[in-house]
Design a protein around this ligand. Sequence first.
Ligand code: IMP
Ligand code: MG
Length: 423
Amino acid sequence: MPCTVVVGAQWGDEGKGKIVDALAAGVDIVARYQGGPNAGHSVIRNGTTIVLHVVPSGVLHPGKRCLIGNGVVVNLAALREEVRHLEALGLEVGGRLGISPAAHLILPYHRAVEAAAESGPGAIGTTGRGIGFAYRDKAARTGLRLSDLDDPEGFAAAADRNLERLRREFPGVEALAGMSGAGVLGELAECAAWVKPLVCDVSAEIARALKAGRRVLLEGAQGTLLDLDHGTYPYVTSSAASAAGAPLGVGIGPRAVDRVIGVTKAYATRVGNGPFPSEMPETEAARLREAGEEYGATTGRPRRCGWLDLEALRYAARVNGLDALIVTKLDVLDDFEEIRVAVGYERDGRPLEEFPSGARALERCRPVWKTFRGWKAPTGAARRWSDLPARAREYLEWIERECEVPIESVSVGAGREAAVSRT
Ligand code: IMP
Ligand code: MG
């Protein structure tokens, strides 16, 4: 398919990095469409785990063009650091990375005020990277974009106005007192010079590539349930993480997208605050966390763990218009005697028809459970569908029937080769 979107079907951390890395082999361009360095995509190369934050997960394939779209927010120093790290591993990156001039910048004041906002009641449990405040400026039309670096005077003046406003809004944030527009710009100077040759028209480049019959992969960060509109608001990230954000975030029309692949773990995790109906009690969660190494790739926070939430997955299938599912981390469940799934919700003793909108409504729901007998056999070496234990196949086939979305492949380990293709 010429243009494919890969989207997280849960709360992020579904293993999209590994999937994009695998699919990147067959495409010409991989482009990120939203989020910023809140994302942490772990990809394994020659036995070494590489964590990518903003650079698209196709980067490990030499020669593939990697683009960062207008929908992404960028911390230039962090991006340069990430690129340097990859180049130190022997990967040529600079020459094939491109970034939209319309991508917004995350500036030091965004991080400073986020830390303050998160220290009080109503904390979202963010990654602390200044993401939400960068997107807030974007929506308020006070944001600074990559292209604004071309006008240093205008940039410094706009940053001064933003600082002025933030000082009034957050009088307790001392770090703001020492910041100035000129200072922010000065700190950025080196990175600004570094990024200049990478700036390109992402929208035009993707459109041209598609017209020429080349293949493009649009890579999402976070997941559907963290989508600003469709997630468990307000416990969400600040961008359109669902599939509709993909064409928006790179500047192509929705009809240019041919296929949407949703990635889900065989169970569920969530980092940060907010409702998680299928969450396990901590004793059980600890076991799954260790088995699945469920610690945040960006912040190192222990992830909250739970069973698969079929109601949420069906919702993700609808909101994204999923054509296929990829199930990851099946092997993590190998030792469990019982596997539970939240198959639906009840509110006030009545079954719910559809996934509720927003966190408040979801908090009032109780999951309805279905229990499967575990397969209690190692799946890590499986490569064909028939290699999987019968009970694991039954579990997966039940999921696809219930979601009405075919499972295309299943990941059974961290390495590139640890995958079971359906066909
Ligand atoms: P923010 O994106 O840093 O503003 O955080 C908002 C919410 O999204 C918090 O619950 C974070 O833990 C969560 N979040 C952000 N990025 C990721 C991610 O890449 N994986 C999982 N959760 C994330
Ligand atoms: Mg992650």
